[in-house]
Design a protein around this ligand. Structure first.
Ligand code: F6P
Length: 322
């Protein structure tokens, strides 16, 4: 006999691996005796009662696909007290006893409000930015970095042929993790991230001039979206150093593509854990990774945590980018 229904939704910016989470939630939910519903287009779908029944075969072959089969959207209405009330009412009418929310901090705030309105919710960090303070890893990060790395490698080919400087802007509005790890992996001469104040002369121009003296003839500068200004930076580098420079903004290419092994694996672990928590009667929790292990936190506790930027890694980047 069914234990009732649980539902899953994806919210905020999509991320490779979200489908793997949906698959894990559906399969773990059915395994634990729940009926599982998918909610289309995040909280907007919850307000519009856009629910679909998910069976074991509904998630066949999605572990390797990018995007989210449940779609994602932003909903201003859901943020209002009336919106929350309506969403909770819709869950009640659909017999939904718990919701797994895959997304970022904004999505977790929604999950907290819905939990407070009587619908137990569990959050799973799904965003390419790796900007969720409570978790050392977010689903989608590895795939996005590998995509960025592949793109920068291609840019390097042409940069090298022309003895140029290439400024490459990667995603990450508040968080420089994609820039830092991609920059190190691509041998960037300089990496600019929102977490570390920088001085263009000292941290970019002087580094280019210095490494040129050591024989370097082409240069890669990786800039996080949160720092921005890559087109102007390329112009400035050319003016100051005489090295022909070009800017490339990678943009949404980083959000697509088949998830890497790491994203599929973490997504599967976190999806399983979220269902386990709901089955145990838990609510208002976020699944996270700590020291490589899956853990969970109270949502408010998780939202109050402050992200710690990896300054040690940043210093390594500076030391070896000669
Ligand atoms: O949160 C992921 C992210 O890709 C950020 O890196 C970026 O700033 C933002 O989403 C872009 O959002 P949108 O697709 O709504 O423009």
């Amino acid at each position: 006999m069914s234990k009732g229904s649980i539902a899953v939704l994806t919210s905020g910016g999509d991320a490779p691996g979200m489908n793997a989470v949906v698959r894990a939630v559906v399969r773990s939910g059915i395994n634990k005796g729940f009926d599982v519903l998918g909610i289309k287009r995040g909280y907007r779908g919850l307000l519009n009662k856009d629910f679909i029944e998910m069976d074991l075969r509904s998630v066949t072959n999605i572990i390797s696909s990018g995007g989210t089969i449940l779609y994602t959207a932003r909903s201003l209405e859901f943020k209002t007290p009336e919106g929350i009330k309506k969403a909770a009412q819709n869950c009640l009418e659909m017999g939904v006893k718990g919701v797994v929310v895959v997304g970022g901090d904004g999505s977790f705030m929604g999950a907290r409000a819905l939990s407070d309105a009587g619908v137990p919710c569990i959050g799973i960090p799904g965003t390419i930015d790796n900007d969720i303070a409570c978790s050392e890893y977010t689903v989608g990060f590895d795939t996005a970095m590998n995509t960025a790395m592949e793109m920068v490698d291609k840019i390097r080919d042409t940069s090298q042929s022309h003895d140029r400087c290439s400024v490459v802007e990667v995603m990450g509005r508040r968080c420089g993790d994609i820039a830092l790890q991609t920059g190190i992996s691509c041998g960037a001469t300089a990496i600019l991230v929102p977490e570390v104040p920088y001085d263009i002369e000292r941290d970019v121009i002087a580094r280019i001039i210095e490494t040129k003296e050591y024989g370097k003839q082409h240069f890669i500068i990786v800039v996080a979206e949160g720092v921005g200004g890559s087109v102007d930076l390329a112009k400035y580098i050319e003016k100051r150093t005489g090295i022909e420079s070009r800017a490339t903004i990678l943009g949404h290419v980083q959000r697509g593509g088949s998830p890497t092994l790491r994203d599929r694996l973490v997504a599967s672990q976190m999806g399983y854990e979220a269902v386990k928590l709901l089955a145990e009667g838990k609510s208002k929790r976020v699944v996270a990774m700590k020291n490589g292990k899956i853990v969970d936190y109270d949502i408010t506790e998780a939202l109050d945590m402050k992200r710690v930027f990896d300054t040690e890694l940043f210093n390594i980047a500076k030391t070896i980018s000669m």
